[in-house]
Ligand binder design. Structure first.
Ligand SMILES: Cc1cc2nc3c(=O)[nH]c(=O)nc-3n(C[C@H](O)[C@H](O)[C@H](O)COP(=O)(O)OP(=O)(O)OC[C@H]3O[C@@H](n4cnc5c(N)ncnc54)[C@H](O)[C@@H]3O)c2cc1C
Ligand code: FES
Length: 266
């Protein structure tokens, strides 16, 4: 369901866990009540177009939600400088999130800013008593983000870094393969296991391939560039497969951002 409602949200908290990221906690009882893991918000800045961000977490009791921001250009720079008390116009929650129903184990595989929406998945798993396993890939320990939060929330975690200074040396795909191998070696029932991936395309493609090889379902959250965020402009189209195998163009903002990995044409 698309909620095209513009909320004026007050910044409640600003955290800067390291030099690359800022986390903003924003007040909106409406967005906090409706948001589901994998959905995003479209945030206005000093730029003409809004900027999309995956919802990182919600506190339904407090009526707040959080987003994590990596500064890429002018829009994210502006948003990263917001301070408690500032107000910002936000559309949301938008898009289709992950379909998590019917699974008893969920493995999240995130890289870069992709770890933010996946933290919401782990939060959901904890609330619903689903076994959550978090795999995160970073450039280095210094650039890592949310490691404490994932450790406290998920049942098991595996952190990989390109620099080789975290538990697993290399990319998130290597860490995911180790998690899958472990499940197979311990004869775990994987029929109700789901892999949720978000991050660089190559990482998601690897996660989809490893999931397929192991016979595990996989959903991926695509982060195409967006303009309107609500299905009108077609800036965000990506190629997907229909049931009959023919190619169609899907709008990432309203048909996604989460898609079954099987339908994505990489
Ligand atoms: C569904 C969705 C969820 C997202 N979630 C998050 C999130 O949780 N945290 C976060 O920090 N960012 C997230 N992003 C990316 C974020 O929206 C962009 O980084 C932001 O719009 C850049 O705006 P800007 O004005 O700072 O930079 P711009 O000047 O617009 O761009 C600066 C640079 O960033 C690149 N860029 C812009 N948008 C994207 C994109 N979507 N994917 C890859 N590269 C891009 C541009 O190509 C350019 O090189 C998400 C994007 C989508 C589509
Ligand atoms: S961003 Fe405009 S249709 Fe998706």
């Amino acid at each position: 369901m698309v909620h095209q409602i513009d909320y004026s949200c007050q910044v409640i908290r600003r955290q800067q866990p390291n030099r690359s990221y800022v986390i903003l906690t924003l007040e909106s009882p409406e967005i906090a009540a409706m948001a589901m893991p994998g959905q995003f918000v479209d945030v206005s800045s000093d730029q003409f177009l809004r900027r999309p961000f995956g919802i990182m977490s919600v506190d339904r009791e407090q009526g707040t939600f959080a987003i994590g921001i990596r500064v890429m250009g002018q829009g994210t720079l502006y948003l990263s400088r917001l301070q408690p008390g500032d107000k910002v116009s936000i559309l949301g929650p938008l898009g289709h999130g992950f379909c998590l129903e019917g699974y008893d184990r969920i493995i999240t595989v995130g890289g870069g800013t992709g770890v933010f929406p996946l933290f919401f998945v782990q939060q959901f798993c904890r609330e619903q008593n689903i076994e959550g396993i978090a795999v995160c890939g970073y450039r280095s320990a210094e650039e890592s983000i949310l490691t404490e939060e994932f450790t406290q929330t998920a049942c098991a975690v595996s952190f990989a870094s390109d620099a080789g200074d975290m538990t697993v040396a290399g990319h998130a795909g290597i860490a995911l393969q180790a998690v899958i191998d472990d499940l197979i070696e311990t004869n775990s029932d994987i029929s109700r296991t789901l892999i949720c991936a978000c991050g660089p395309k190559l990482m998601m493609k690897t996660a989809a391939r490893l999931a397929k090889q192991a016979g595990i379902s996989c959903q991926v959250s695509l982060e195409e560039r967006m303009a309107c965020g609500v299905g009108i402009c077609l800036v965000c189209v990506c190629k997907t497969k229909k049931d009959d195998g023919t190619v169609e163009h899907s709008r990432c903002c309203v048909d996604g951002p989460v898609f079954d990995a099987e339908v994505v044409i990489w």
